[in-house]
Design a protein around this ligand. Structure first.
Ligand SMILES: NC(=O)c1ccc[n+]([C@@H]2O[C@H](COP(=O)([O-])OP(=O)(O)OC[C@H]3O[C@@H](n4cnc5c(N)ncnc54)[C@H](OP(=O)(O)O)[C@@H]3O)[C@@H](O)[C@H]2O)c1
Length: 256
């Protein structure tokens, strides 16, 4: 497909996306249809990680810009454009200082959410830029948010410093945010996955072998292969990168 044709298809996908009665353009229906509604309830939660062939999402120093090339990054921006909110952990907000907006494709900016239980992110972080987009920090109860004016704050009960992913999602739902992208990093995506709080997971694999660096997933150790979860998965070629669209609907807990 030529670039201009791709833009037209994308535009018609964006227009049809919120109305589930309308079919999506066939070119991308297989990838985006599952993101229209949740597997168990009115929430849809998709996680994403961009990784190397050997499963690394950043170098040992925490640098991840950019593991994915233009096609992988464009897919990430398309994901942002179809969700109500994009969520990152404070580790990512600190290491990458991301803007989390939609720049590579036409589409609306989602609300930006940072999980920052101790409120350690600097108030001048780019994610808090006042560009008219909703911005939300999630802190542990008793913690006063150190954020600039206009950033909403949600305080949730924590257990040994941990916030339950289901509580985070319910709090976002209560504020009108139903389609959520958990964009990273590894720790945050792994916590949502372990808690059964993802409908889908998009792993975008770049043709890089790093041989060192930070792994994408961190889950409780298992001793036997039969304890490993085999995931239903659809591969999609994105030119020289591969999108593995993992269907986690059977593990997804009811949220709302
Ligand atoms: N390749 C990619 O797709 C991609 C995407 C995003 C980020 N990255 C890379 O990943 C690295 C950052 O990832 P990371 O795993 O270190 O950090 P992270 O997932 O971005 O953030 C983890 C931190 O967020 C807080 N947090 C998240 N969920 C929580 C919960 N349920 N309860 C309590 N606290 C929670 C905790 O903060 P406290 O420590 O304050 O308790 C936790 O340590 C960076 O190097 C970045 O470049 C790569």
């Amino acid at each position: 497909m030529k670039a201009t044709e791709q833009q037209d298809v994308w535009q018609s996908l964006l227009e049809a996306f919120p109305n589930t009665a309308k079919p999506l353009p066939s070119e991308w229906a297989r990838i985006f249809d599952p993101l229209r509604t949740g597997a168990r309830d009115a929430m849809m939660v998709v996680g994403q990680l961009g990784q190397t062939l050997d499963g690394r999402i950043a170098t040992i120093t925490g640098q991840s810009k950019y593991i994915n090339g233009p096609v992988g990054l464009t897919h990430l921006h398309r994901l942002r454009a179809v969700v109500d909110a994009v969520v990152v952990g404070v580790g990512t907000a600190t290491a990458d200082n991301p803007r989390l907006n939609v720049r590579l494709v036409p589409g609306p900016n989602p609300a930006r959410v940072v999980i920052d239980p101790k409120s350690r992110l600097e108030p001048d972080a780019l994610v808090w830029s006042n560009d008219g987009t909703r911005r939300i920090v999630i802190v542990a109860d008793q913690v006063k948010a150190n954020t600039p004016p206009g950033v909403e704050s949600i305080a949730l009960q924590s257990t040994e410093g941990k916030l339950a992913p289901a509580d985070i999602l319910k709090a976002l739902f209560d504020r009108g945010l139903k389609r959520i992208l958990i964009e990273g990093g590894a720790d945050t995506v792994s916590r949502f996955m372990q808690a059964g709080c993802l409908d889908r997971l998009h792993v975008i694999v770049a043709p890089i072998i790093m041989g060192s660096g930070r792994p994408g997933f961190s889950l409780p150790a298992i001793e036997h292969m039969d304890q490993a979860v085999r995931i239903k998965m659809h591969p999609h070629s994105l030119e020289d990168e591969m999108l593995f669209d993992c269907d986690l609907s059977t593990q997804r807990v009811k949220l709302v």
